[in-house]
Ligand binder design. Structure first.
Ligand code: HEM
Length: 122
């Protein structure tokens, strides 16, 4: 399965697509059920591509400490916040707090992803 783990490109494409679909659905004034269903399919790809990177690299880069574990935790939290924002928005409930949590989790995930181990490293 080296196409999943030899580079991080597939994982990056997957989360970029997820964020684009999420913003389209979240910022629209209408309820975009099709976009939301597409986003849910992309969650699965996101977990597969991220999970494959995790299994492949976690033990090989010992100095990363718990960074990879935290990266996965925050990646999954983002999926949770995107889902909660869309479901609550469609029900007409308040989503302000969730937007703040989403932004914090996104910032931490990007930082952990880009600062540790494999792939792009700033
Ligand atoms: C919207 C959600 C997510 C975003 C924005 C995101 C972002 C990133 C970024 C920026 C990288 C670094 C890529 C590179 O260095 O070339 C990365 C790598 C990684 N991601 Fe994600 N990710 C998300 C979801 C997930 C999920 C759900 C998992 C696990 C199931 C996961 C596991 C990983 C792993 C293991 C790596 C490699 C570790 C590393 O290079 O630091 N990610 N991700």
């Amino acid at each position: 399965m080296s196409f999943l783990t030899s580079t991080t490109h597939l994982h990056i494409k997957t989360w970029v697509i997820a964020l684009v679909l999420f913003f389209i659905a979240a910022l629209s004034s209408k309820k975009l059920t099709g976009v939301h269903m597409g986003l849910r399919a992309v969650y699965i790809l996101l977990i597969i591509t991220g999970g494959a990177l995790f299994l492949e690299w976690r033990d090989k880069i010992a100095e990363s400490g718990m960074n990879y574990d935290m990266k996965v935790l925050f990646g999954i939290l983002i999926i949770g916040f995107m889902e909660m924002i869309l479901v609550r928005k469609n029900k007409g409930k308040s989503v302000n707090v969730l937007w703040v949590l989403f932004a914090i989790a996104l910032a931490i995930t990007l930082y952990l992803g880009l600062s540790t181990g494999i792939g792009m490293n700033f």
